[in-house]
Design a protein around this ligand. Structure first.
Ligand code: ADP
Ligand code: ZN
Length: 521
C-alpha cells in the first residue's frame, strides 16, 4: 500500500479480518479510495466486493452500490453490519421497517454503504434523495449488465451514467467479463466514453519464478539461495522478530549487505531501512511481514520465505513484491511440520469467531496444498484465485516434475494408528507405534499390543515424518491445540480410511527423508 493510505491495512484486518490483499486488490483499492474513475476486471471469486467496500470506509459520506442481485446485496449488507459497518439496502425485498431505517440513516448522514437495486434508479424520489445524501462514490457490481449484447443485459443499468453525471462523483465499475467489446461498452455507457483507470491485468505475474522446499537445515538453505543471487536486492521473510536479527547477521557474515526489519524497531530505524532499501543496490532486508506496506521498489530480484506464510493470500502478496519491473525474479518458500503446527495454533488461539477461524484454516490449507503440489504451481495458485492456466514453465515443478507414488497404504496405516489410540497423540508417538519402536511411553500405554504396532516397518522414521507432513498438508489430520497437538482426523480423511479415495504422495519428499538420522523428538 502507498504511504498516503495508512488506514487501508488496518481496516482490512480489523473490519474484514484479512491479513493481506489478494492479487490486484491493493492497487484497485488505492485508485478507488483516491476518487479516480475505475474499471476493474477480476475473475469470479477474486474478491471484488472488498475493492469498493474498503474505499467506501475511507471516503467521506455514503457510497452507492448498484448490484443486479438482491440476494447478493442482502448478503453483503448482513456481512458488513456484522462487522460493525453502517450499511443498508433499498430493494423490492425490503420490509417497510428496513426501508425506513435506511432512510433515517441516510438523513442523519451515518450510512456508509447504500446498496441499490438498479430499478430504483427509475424513480425520481430516489434521485432526489441521492442528490441530498452526500454520495461520494458510485460502485457498480456486474458492470457488464450495461452491455446490450451480453446475455445479462439490464435496461436499468443504462441509467447509471445519468446518475454519475447528476451527482458528479467518481464511479468504480467491476466485472468478471473481460472481452474487449463489453469493456468498450462499459466505458461508453458508464463513463461517457472517457477511459477510466483500468485494471484489466489478470492475476498472473509470469516473470516470478515460484519454488517451495521442505525445511532441511533452513538457515543453510536461505544462505545458499542468497549466495546464488549475490549483489541483487532481495527480501527474506521470517516468522519471528528474533530470527530476522540472527539471519541478517548470518547473511552479513557471508558477505552480503543485509539488515533486519521488524515491528519492534523504532519508527525512525524502520524508515532508515526502507530508505536504504529504496536507494541502495543489492541490499537484503530480513524482515517480518511488517516490511512491505510502504515498499514500492520495482527491481526487487528475489523474495525468500524462511518460514511458511500464514495464508495463500499472504504468500502471493509477499512474493508479489519481487519483479514489479517485469524482469525475471525468483522466490523460494520453505516449509516444515513445525510451521504447519505453529500456523494452526495461531489460528486456533486467536480470538476470531469460529467461522472466521475455519476460513483461516482453509486459506492455510490452500497454501499447504500449493507447497505439496504435484503439478505446475502457478496453475494451482491461479486456480485458487479463479483463473485457469496452462503449465507455466517458470516454477520448480515445471522445471522438474515430482515423481509420485500411490501412498494410500501408508496414509491409511497412519490414520488408523491415530484412531486406535483415541486421536490423543502427536506424530512422534504414532511413528513409534508404526515402526514398532517400544519406547517407555509406548509400553506404559500398552500400545505395543495394538494391531498397528510395527505395521509400518517398511518406512524409516524420516519417511514417516514426510508422510505425516503430507497428511497435514492435505488436512487429513490436524493437531488439536487444546491437547498438546494430538492429531485428530478431519472429514477429508474418511473416504481414505474407507478405501474410497487414493492418496498420491511425492516420492522426493520420501527420498530426502530416507537417509537422514531420525529427528530428535
Ligand atoms: P467476487 O470477486 O466473486 O465478487 P467476493 O468479493 O465475493 O468475490 O470474494 C470472494 C471471496 O474471497 C470471499 O469469500 C471473500 O471473503 C474472500 N476474500 C476477498 N478478499 C480477500 C482477502 N484479501 N483475503 C482473503 N480472502 C478474501
Ligand atoms: Zn509451472
Amino acid at each position: 500500500m502507498p504511504r498516503d493510505l495508512p488506514e487501508a491495512p488496518a481496516l482490512l484486518r480489523d473490519i474484514f479480518g484479512f491479513d493481506a490483499f489478494r492479487p490486484g486488490q491493493g492497487e484497485i483499492v488505492e485508485a478507488v479510495a483516491d476518487g479516480q474513475n475505475t474499471l476493474a476486471i477480476m475473475p469470479t471469486g477474486g474478491g471484488k466486493s472488498l475493492c469498493f467496500q474498503l474505499p467506501a470506509l475511507m471516503r467521506p459520506g455514503v457510497t452507492v452500490v448498484i448490484s443486479p442481485l438482491i440476494a447478493l446485496m442482502r448478503d453483503q449488507v448482513r456481512g458488513l453490519r456484522e462487522a460493525g459497518v453502517a450499511a443498508g439496502a433499498l430493494t423490492s425485498a425490503n420490509t417497510e421497517d428496513e426501508t425506513n431505517a435506511v432512510w433515517d440513516q441516510l438523513r442523519d448522514g451515518s450510512l456508509k454503504l447504500l446498496y441499490l437495486a438498479p430499478e430504483r434508479l427509475a424513480s425520481t424520489g430516489t434521485q432526489r434523495m441521492l442528490a441530498q445524501a452526500g454520495v461520494s462514490l458510485i460502485a457498480v457490481d456486474e458492470a457488464h449488465c450495461v452491455s446490450q449484447w451480453g446475455h445479462d443485459f439490464r435496461p436499468d443499468y443504462l441509467r447509471i451514467g445519468e446518475l454519475r453525471r447528476a451527482l458528479d462523483v467518481p464511479l468504480a465499475a467491476f466485472t468478471a467479463t473481460a472481452d474487449q467489446e463489453t469493456r468498450d461498452e462499459i466505458v461508453t455507457r458508464l463513463f461517457d466514453g472517457v477511459p477510466p483507470k483500468s485494471f484489466l491485468r489478470g492475476f498472473d505475474r509470469p516473470n516470478i519464478h515460484l519454488a517451495f522446499a521442505p525445511k532441511d537445515g533452513p538457515r543453510a538453505q536461505i544462505l545458499r539461495f542468497a549466495a546464488a543471487r549475490k549483489g541483487r536486492s532481495g527480501i527474506v521473510y521470517c516468522g519471528t522478530r528474533a530470527k530476522t536479527e540472527t539471519l541478517a547477521q548470518a547473511l552479513r557474515e557471508d558477505g552480503h549487505p543485509a539488515v533486519a526489519y521488524h515491528g519492534g524497531m523504532e519508527p525512525d530505524q524502520r524508515r532508515a531501512v526502507e530508505d536504504r532499501f529504496a536507494t541502495e543496490d543489492g541490499l537484503i532486508v530480513v524482515a517480518t511481514v511488517a516490511f512491505g506496506m510502504g515498499v514500492d521498489k520495482p527491481d526487487i530480484r528475489w523474495v525468500a520465505h524462511a518460514d511458511l506464510p500464514k495464508s495463500i493470500e499472504a504468500y502471493y502478496q509477499e512474493i508479489g513484491r519481487a519483479g514489479r519491473d517485469g524482469a525475471p525474479a525468483e522466490t523460494l518458500t520453505l516449509f516444515g511440520a513445525d510451521d504447519i503446527r505453529l500456523r494452526r495454533a495461531q489460528i486456533d488461539e486467536g480470538l476470531a469467531p469460529s467461522d472466521r477461524r475455519a476460513a483461516d484454516h482453509g486459506r492455510l490449507n490452500a497454501l499447504l496444498g500449493l507447497a505439496e503440489a504435484l503439478g505446475c504451481r502457478r496453475r494451482v495458485l491461479l486456480g485458487y484465485f479463479g483463473e485457469t492456466a496452462e503449465p507455466c514453465g517458470n516454477c520448480d515443478l515445471c522445471d522438474s516434475p515430482p515423481e509420485t507414488f500411490d501412498g494410500t497404504d501408508a496414509v491409511r496405516k497412519a490414520l488408523s494408528a491415530a484412531l486406535r489410540t483415541g486421536e490423543s497423540f502427536g506424530a512422534g508417538h504414532l511413528i513409534d507405534i508404526l515402526t514398532g519402536n517400544a519406547t517407555d511411553k509406548v509400553r506404559q500405554r500398552g500400545h505395543d499390543g495394538l494391531p498397528t504396532f510395527g505395521v509400518g516397518q517398511e518406512l524409516k522414521r524420516g519417511e514417516w515424518q514426510a508422510v505425516f507432513r503430507q497428511i497435514m498438508g492435505r488436512d487429513l489430520m490436524r493437531p488439536d491445540p487444546e491437547r498438546h497437538g494430538a492429531l485428530v482426523m478431519t472429514e477429508a480423511a474418511l473416504p481414505v480410511l474407507r478405501g474410497e479415495e487414493q492418496v498420491e504422495l511425492r516420492r522426493d519428499a520420501m527420498d530426502r527423508a530416507r537417509d537422514r538420522r531420525p529427528a530428535v523428538k
